[in-house]
Design a protein. Structure first.
Lengths: 115, 114
């Protein structure tokens, strides 16, 4: 069963705390993504990872960093969380065929609240 | 600025009706276009996609039309049903070695009333 798993589902943190969002996929997809979703803004790309240790900034990388040490895991890290990072975070993965873009498979999202 | 833009934040249609969702993009290097569907508290799932070498793709009640010169693509839904009620997100991207850095629009909340 093809799956993208995000942990945790809900998270409340205080401003200044560190936050770790985890994502795993069991499809051996090379490419993984982190998006955040805010009302009226749709999904905004934070980081994209093309494979292990091959990460690239998306449109809004400021305040975030990522780690991909294994193909099946992609972590999003917030060092010293800010209140404007309160959002729903989606991880996704896709198979890279070498010739054309493929479907993104999304996790169920993590709702992060920074107080 | 917003690279991919959906002009309508929300739409309502009667059950059985036809509706059109629109999406405009800025980057003329984009060559992959998709519509995703999202129910509340669920993750987005791919509804239909098209590559730039065609201007139309049909899948049952759903058809995507691509107008490259106008940097515009649309989703047509026929015989709309209550279960079509969801948020529809358009997305566009440029193929980069088999991956597309997909840029999403803001979403259109569709309500199908019975």
């Amino acid at each position: 069963d093809m799956k993208v798993t995000q942990m945790p589902r809900y998270l409340i943190k205080r401003m200044g705390e560190n936050v770790l969002l985890e994502c795993g996929q069991d499809m051996s997809h090379e490419t993984m993504y982190w998006y955040r979703q805010d009302p009226g803004l749709g999904l905004q790309l934070i980081y994209i990872s093309y494979d292990v240790d091959s990460n690239s900034e998306g449109d809004i990388p400021k305040g975030y960093r990522v780690s991909r040490k294994k193909r099946e895991h992609f972590s999003l890290i917030l060092d010293s969380a800010k209140t404007n990072q309160t959002s729903v975070y989606f991880c996704a993965s896709s198979l890279s065929t070498g010739s054309s873009a493929e479907t993104l498979y999304f996790g169920s999202g993590t709702r992060l609240t920074v107080l | 600025g917003q690279q991919v833009k959906q002009s309508s934040p929300s739409l309502t249609v009667q059950e059985g009706g036809i509706l059109i969702l629109n999406c405009d993009y800025e980057n003329d290097m984009f060559d992959y276009f998709a519509w995703y569907k999202k129910y509340p508290d669920n993750s987005p799932t791919l509804l239909i996609s098209v590559r730039s070498n065609v201007d139309k793709r049909e899948d049952g009640r759903f058809t995507v039309f691509l107008n490259k010169s106008g940097k515009h693509f649309s989703l047509h839904i026929t015989a709309s049903q209550p279960e079509d009620t969801a948020v529809y997100l358009c997305a566009a991207g440029e193929n980069q070695g088999g991956s597309a850095k997909l840029i999403f629009g803001e979403g259109t909340k569709l309500t199908v009333s019975s």
